[in-house]
Design a protein around this ligand. Structure first.
Ligand SMILES: [Zn+2]
Length: 441
């Protein structure tokens, strides 16, 4: 038990009380891991200071110079750690670009994923780090996810300081456009996808649900869809006649209700209809988020358009839902036509055996450190993230290893500063373990 007490005191995180009863001598930190944890703890003030500097550089996705500057600051850190670094220019997809840092050792190749950008552009009122209490601070990107980038970096620093980094094969990809990905998306995520293809394990440092008692082992992807319906225009008094039909609006309503009847009831499968226009004539702009409609109550409407999203947990669930929706649209009521198109956004991260085993390793590292259990974030509530792009190719993936906090994507984004040290120590011990031997599911 002695080592557990030592680590706890070093981290000075009273809100994460020891759960000593769960730590047994056969399931505890090794001597090396105690050194790693002590190094992690000794650097926590430095980590917080770097985070403050990073937060005070605006890196809204469209502020390309700001994103590059945050990349330059972190690149210097990885250069100092002996990584081979490069900046992948983002001109081909209309964004700043990505920072990549790599080192090669032995053992499984581990991919660490973060992002440099935030949702707060230069015209946002939210620009600066502000210390609120001795355990909280506000700032744009403090949790999403410059905080996660700092967790990743300081875990690697702790491993280097304790002589463990040298054997590791690690690729760090910090995207410059997570909050508003560039297009085409294949170009914007090429570097990440290629790094995933070479990796056995991937860790994402998003802030997840903001609660460090959970991490993400599965999350839903999202796919956009657009339904277009036409009807046969006629005087309203003739609606539903056998040779005229119900018009575009009633037919669209029937189809949407059929989606609900046939696909509803599964909390891990949602399909929101977000915006709709119907009438005699309609217009819609290129983004599909704004338009106009004209019609009269005494005319059967000819046109209807509605778009929405579809969020599911696996590639199989996505294919199945698409097929059900397409089949409904394929049998329109006479004198109407209907077409349905899909636009895939983020792919799902399915709850695989490998991901679950990796989460169990993270949980064990946390308990051994005295930081309590880590459970699985509810996939019904986890948002999409970059880790999803490599989840189908990397055998073991978890995300949500960033610090705790609240108010992400709002001007109240607040970091629980003490969680930074907890996540750094957990990540360092996890990396120490998984780079010695692949996790056995
Ligand atoms: Zn994020």
């Amino acid at each position: 038990m002695r080592h557990v007490v030592l680590v706890s005191c070093l981290l000075c995180a009273p809100s994460f009380a020891l759960s000593q009863s769960r730590v047994t001598p056969s399931d505890s930190l090794s001597k090396v891991e105690r050194t790693v944890a002590a190094h992690a703890a000794s650097q926590s003030a430095d980590a917080l200071a770097l985070l403050e500097r990073l937060v005070n550089v605006n890196s809204g996705t469209q502020n390309l110079a700001g994103v590059r500057e945050v990349g330059r600051m972190l690149r210097a850190e990885y250069d100092a750690l002996g990584f081979t670094t490069r900046w992948e220019d983002g001109a081909a997809f209309g964004r700043a670009g990505h920072l990549v840092a790599e080192r090669t050792g032995v053992g499984p190749r581990v991919l660490l994923i973060g992002h440099l950008d935030t949702v707060f552009e230069t015209d946002s009122p939210f620009q600066r780090w502000e210390r609120l209490t001795d355990s909280t601070a506000k700032g744009p990107g403090s949790t999403d996810m410059k905080g996660g980038d700092v967790v990743m970096l300081y875990a690697l620093k702790a491993l280097q300081a304790s002589g463990q980094l040298g054997r590791m094969s690690i690729t760090v990809v910090l995207n410059g456009d997570e909050e508003s990905p560039g297009a085409p998306i294949a170009a914007a995520r090429r570097v990440l996808i290629e790094a995933g293809a070479r990796s056995q394990i991937a860790l994402g440092f998003e802030d997840g649900d903001g609660d460090i008692r959970t991490a993400v082992a599965a999350r839903r992807g999202f796919t956009g869809w657009t339904l277009r319906v036409t009807g046969t225009p006629a005087h309203s008094s003739q609606i539903f006649r056998a040779d005229i039909g119900p018009g575009a609006i009633y037919e669209a309503a029937r189809i949407l209700n059929e989606f609900r009847v046939q696909l509803g009831g599964d909390p891990l499968r949602t399909f929101n209809a977000g915006v709709a226009l119907g009438g005699t004539t309609i217009t819609s702009d290129s983004t599909g988020t704004r338009g106009t409609a004209f019609g009269k109550s005494n005319v059967i409407p000819e046109h209807f358009i509605v778009s929405g999203d579809l969020r599911v947990i696996s590639a199989e669930a996505l294919a199945s839902a698409k097929s059900t929706m397409s089949a409904i649209v394929a049998t329109p009521t006479p004198h109407t036509t209907a077409t349905l198109t899909f636009d895939d956004g983020y792919p799902p991260m399915a709850p695989t055996v490998g991901n679950t085993a990796l989460l169990a390793q993270f949980d064990r590292a946390s308990r051994n450190l005295g930081f309590g259990e880590v459970g699985m974030d509810n996939p019904a509530r986890a948002g999409a993230a970059d880790v999803s792009f490599i989840a189908s190719t990397v055998p073991q993936v978890i995300d949500g290893l960033g610090p705790g906090g609240t108010g992400g994507h709002t001007v109240n984004e607040t970091l629980q500063t003490r969680t930074l040290a907890v996540q750094i120590a957990r990540t360092a011990v996890l990396l120490n373990r998984i780079t010695r031997a692949a996790v056995v599911p």
